[in-house]
Design a binder for this molecule. Structure first.
Ligand code: NAD
Length: 457
């Protein structure tokens, strides 16, 4: 059951104005940074327990990204908090106008298990920077990380400012959202649960950010640098054993270069993860048996041309490439979210587009090509959230770019300034001096049409 009195205290804390000042927000962000340093080794141990992540990978994709977001926010927060001048139309002159950034209130942040630290805490950085109080729900499928997150938040932040709620999402989240009207819900996770969260939020007109998933296509044109493409696709696909919302889900390769690309990818798989990835430093495990079994079923839905080995006791599935996959097979109907990569060939762009359009609005899209014309054509033709040209997944690590989906892959975007904006309402204010008050707008209006047409056009 939700701790209602604690939630009420957090609400009162927000209403008291305690979270509004720059000095307060900065102090909380610094405290958060401090615990990330203090518990660095415990963070590594937790992420190893949950997903077999090694420290180098953690810095690359978890606590390093979080520290980057914190530093960027600390550097710019004062400026982000300033009112922003806006224009004023002729009718309202000599008024002046500005946007006043204001916190939303009390917000709920729900995280997934695949990057259980940064996907949960990057939004928390923005929420606190923007002056909100925050309830944090980690994923129950990464319990070691959920525990260290709770320990750090308790130690770093006042209890009226931040609360970590553990437990099964399917009961905890509805309980929380029924006990308390949040001013915003930020959810990262699957599409079906995203729909459930959206429905809960709709009941009380609570605005949401939904960071969802989907099937991310990766296209390799004949004119691509194939060695670079192979390296970057292998890295993007098999990092975190493919359990990444921005992993290439399936490959579309121009038929003329398929054999060469496949050969190179096989070489890079061995180079990066060895002949026995289950024993290789830095090759991750599948999160749990349920996902392992789902992924193993995909292995029979095509011809295995690389990898294919697995081991249930170690929750290990080798980096795998499938060919001759039926587009109607489950592996092409569902988000794969694991180290299995179906490969298709195309000769005309239309063929590839037809396959991609079976799963519209991917979160991410990747194209490898040396041609600016082809690049523009791919980027313009498809509807997707974020993407890369001649790269995969790395757009997520650039905090200058907003990260988020479109349509089925979600709504809203964050990272850097955009995270602050998610949790900020910009009050639009017009200030009108008292010394000038023309009669034009006051009744009686009779006979003023010509003048009104002059000022309003
Ligand atoms: P999930 O939807 O199972 O769980 C996410 C969170 O929702 C967890 O904290 C869980 O406790 C909670 N939850 C579970 N059931 C709930 C319910 N009925 N009501 C409310 N909350 C509930 O997602 P997951 O399996 O942890 O994550 C994998 C999915 O997330 C993939 O589809 C992936 O593409 C997507 N994802 C998206 C992004 C992104 O940034 N867009 C990032 C990572 C993962």
């Amino acid at each position: 059951m939700a701790d209602i009195s604690r939630l009420q205290r957090m609400r009162r804390y927000f209403d008291s104005g305690a979270t509004r000042e720059y000095a307060f927000r900065k102090q909380q962000l610094l405290a958060l940074k401090q615990v990330l340093v203090k518990y660095e080794q415990e963070i590594y141990a937790a992420l190893y327990t949950d997903l077999k992540k090694v420290p180098e990978e953690c810095w690359f994709t978890e606590n390093g990204l979080l520290v980057q977001e914190l530093n960027h926010t600390l550097r710019h927060l004062k400026q982000w908090m300033q009112p922003e001048r806006a224009g004023t139309n002729m009718l309202n002159l000599p008024s002046s106008s500005y946007l006043q950034p204001s916190p939303l209130g009390m917000v709920l942040i729900i995280g997934p298990w695949n990057f259980p630290l940064q996907l949960l805490l990057i939004p928390v950085v923005g929420a606190i920077a923007a002056g909100n109080t925050v309830v944090i729900k980690p994923s129950e499928y990464a319990p070691a990380t959920a525990a260290i997150v709770e320990k750090m938040i308790r130690e770093a932040l006042p209890e009226e400012l931040a609360l970590v709620v553990q437990g099964e999402g399917a009961t905890v989240v509805p309980d929380l959202m029924k006990a308390q009207r949040f001013d915003h819900v930020f959810y990262t996770g699957s599409i079906p649960v995203g729909k459930a969260v959206y429905q809960l939020a709709a009941a009380d007109l609570v605005p949401v950010t939904l960071e969802l998933g989907g099937k991310d296509p990766c296209v390799v044109e004949a004119d691509a640098n194939l060695a670079v493409a192979a390296r970057r696709i292998v890295l993007g696909k098999y990092s975190n054993a493919g359990q990444m919302c921005v992993s290439p889900d399936y490959l579309l390769v121009h038929a003329s270069v398929k054999e060469r690309l496949l050969q190179l990818m096989k070489e890079y798989i061995v180079k990066f993860y060895g002949e026995k990835p289950e024993e290789t430093y830095g090759y991750n495990k599948i999160i749990n048996e349920k996902n392992f079994d789902r992924l193993v079923r995909y292995l029979s839905q095509g011809k295995i041309v690389a990898g294919g080995r697995y081991n249930r006791s170690g929750l290990f599935i080798a980096p795998t490439i499938l060919e001759e996959v039926d587009p109607d097979a489950p592996v092409m109907q569902e988000e794969i979210f694991g180290p299995v990569l179906p490969l298709f060939t195309f000769t005309e762009m239309e063929e590839a587009l037809a396959l991609i359009r079976r799963n519209p609005n991917p979160l991410s899209f990747y194209v490898f090509t040396g041609s600016k014309k082809k690049e523009a054509s791919w980027i313009k033709q498809l509807q997707f959230g974020t993407g890369c040209v001649n790269n995969t997944a790395m757009q997520f690590t650039n905090h200058h770019l907003p990260f988020g989906g479109v349509g089925q892959s979600g709504m809203g975007a964050y990272h850097g300034r955009h995270t602050f904006d998610v949790f900020t309402h910009y009050k639009a204010i017009m200030k009108t001096p008292a010394w000038f008050d023309p009669a034009l707008k006051y009744p009686p209006l009779k006979g003023k049409l010509k003048l009104l047409k002059f000022f309003i056009k």
